[in-house]
Ligand binder design. Structure first.
Ligand code: IMP
Length: 199
């Protein structure tokens, strides 16, 4: 049985206000209220994990220890089968400091030259950490294929190169509600809600 979150403040271990607002909307119905790591002046730990779960745990544990409150962190990215899971935890870093995802997608396509396998998945890990050291983790993924040329202007990051299984358009061509219905992030959150938020 997973430990329940029973109301009150929840630190969201992110400095991204968009992400914090989205998470707050999701947790408010359960009597929880998101506090941002940025507002609490918490430092951003280095993401040194080899997996999405490890990185989410690093961030959630650091925020719970520093604040004395339960903390939630996420980590996500694109894993390409023929590249042994790359860019994986380096998904943001492949775009460089200028966050040039067009270049990152070109790099993936070049590395796939001659490969018959264009399968990939987006994965998201969520970690909940309590100040007493207890943790719960959840993972969500969506499988698909990498297209070339890239298509679509919606979304962010690697969305225009990724066509989810069972669809003929990329995440970059999908309306945001349609992506939310099937995304790796939505699937991980649904698991957390079922296990830790629902009474
Ligand atoms: P983080 O989880 O905020 O560290 O994000 C990791 C990186 O993975 C992002 O910068 C994006 O490049 C990529 N990524 C994660 N989720 C998505 C998605 O839903 N669409 C496109 N790119 C994503």
């Amino acid at each position: 049985m997973a430990r329940k979150l029973t109301g009150g403040p929840l630190v969201v271990a992110s400095h991204n206000m968009g992400k914090i607002r989205e998470i707050n909307a999701l947790i408010v119905p359960f009597g929880l209220e998101a506090r941002s790591a940025g507002d609490l002046g918490l430092p951003e730990p280095e993401e040194t994990g080899a997996t999405f779960v490890e990185n989410a745990l690093i961030k959630a544990r650091a925020a719970a220890e520093a604040s004395g409150l339960p903390a939630l962190a996420d980590d996500s990215g694109l894993a390409v089968s023929a590249l042994e899971g790359a860019p994986g935890v380096f998904s943001a870093r492949w775009a460089g400091p200028e966050k040039d995802f067009t270049r990152a997608m070109e790099k993936i396509n070049t590395l796939l030259t001659g490969s018959a396998d264009r399968s990939a998945c987006f994965a998201c890990a969520l970690a909940l950490a309590w100040p007493d050291g207890h943790v719960e983790t959840f993972e969500g993924r969506v499988d698909g294929m990498l297209v070339w040329p890239i298509r679509g202007k919606h979304g962010f990051g690697y969305d225009p190169i990724f066509q989810p299984e069972g669809h003929s358009i990329t995440f970059g061509e999908m309306a945001s509600e349609a992506k939310q219905a099937i995304s790796h992030r939505a699937r991980a959150f649904a698991k957390m809600v079922d296990a830790c938020l629902k009474p």
